[in-house]
Design a binder for this molecule. Sequence first.
Ligand code: AHR
Length: 493
Amino acid sequence: MRIIINPNRSVGTINPNIYGHFAEHLGRCIYEGLWVGPDSPIPNENGLRSDVVNALKELHVPVLRWPGGCFADTYHWRDGVGPAESRKTIVNTNWGGVTEDNRFGTHEFMELCRQLGCEAYFSGNVGSGTVQEFSDWVEYCNMPGVSPMADLRRANGREEPFNVKYWGIGNEAWGCGGNMRPEHYADLCRQYSTYLRDYSDHRIYKIASGANVADYEWTRKVAEIAGGTIDAVSLHYYTLPHDEWSHKGAATGFTREEYYATLKKTLRMKELVTEHGRILRRADPEGRLGLVVDEWGTWYDVEPGTNPGFLYQQNTVRDALVAALNLNIFNDHCDTVVMANIAQTVNVLQAMVLTEGAKMLKTPTYHVFRMFREHQGARQVETYAETKLISCGDWSVPNIHVSASEGADGSVLLTAVNLSDTDAAPLEVLMDGITEKSTVTGEILGGDAGAYNTFEKPDAVRPAALGGVEVKGGGVKAVLPASSVAAIRIVRE
Ligand code: AHR
């Protein structure tokens, strides 16, 4: 199977934010997963569990979206600032009806971003909030001088502004964020946007609540009506093996047909970013408006015996392939996709890490984000793969999927997925400049589509060095096992 890399052709630079994440007040993502509190016996720094933060740091997380999700349109930020013991206790009406005591709020989230070294992306309340409340939140976070909100921030212990750049104007306004029609939302978006101010010379970046899957009408209307007041429009697309929400399919123990259905549905992301991108370009020919895929990933039936409102699911090599396919697609559409945020960071949906008490494990998806991290900020380069179609039941997919980028040092990172669950794929990678003296190193993850990590065997699935790589003039040969993801770095001579 030949793969041709052409470093002379590129659609642009891969925005590091494509490798972004999302953490909602949902199930055990924030509480237990990230926040254990300063008095916890679990090792922590300022209440944030150190094992999880240290694992996430290895991913070079560029941006983290918070506090929702659906939770965002019920969240009143003032409930989560000030002395922890006097914060309001509310009910998380979206996710399991559990009590939310607001121990984790703006300051705790900004401390998490500080520890991770990432940008914050706040999703503001449009569904049940007010323009004033949202506008005050921006002032609270970003106003350097004297003002009512800046003074309140100082009274709560933070002198300097947080300088939060990314602000989402509501979430899923077509659904849990208010069940709005696109015209109504677009007008509201204009109104909210007017009062979300830049303070000092810190320019904020405004992201409109975007479409569900292929609702192109939503994107068209929001871009046409509100496009001049925002910087980007979002898109949400989840991969479900089965289309019924009451029977999505299990995270583990899936059939071959479910495996291929999952991969086929993931590949739909290419059509979605292409079509939504085309609509944005039509409304904004100068290309100012970006597409932010701020929720994506697999969504299965919850693990048996767990709270259905907590969306806790296991994560197999199949999920690693889903992550790799999506990231390859985002890389190759980096002229359109300016940010993407996988749902969600810990213990919810397609998570990076899972926790159980003091234990933590890294999922196969985590390893893909680590293997792909050098794509962040690199120059996407064109690839062409000679693939063949493989089928199971009603589902056909190409056997190989790739993307590549060139780093500032001139080395090229090729990330490749072998989608076949039965056949190894012998690859021949061709690129100008490869000689016998080129250095080629690689990592490989997978081999068994259904394999996953448990708290008893946390390293059952982990990357290994890619063996048997042959380098000769003009090309590199390597073999990818069935159901695997490879990251191959080529340093030309
Ligand atoms: O990520 C889980 C939920 O999925 C989010 O809260 C919502 O925006 C989406 O429907």
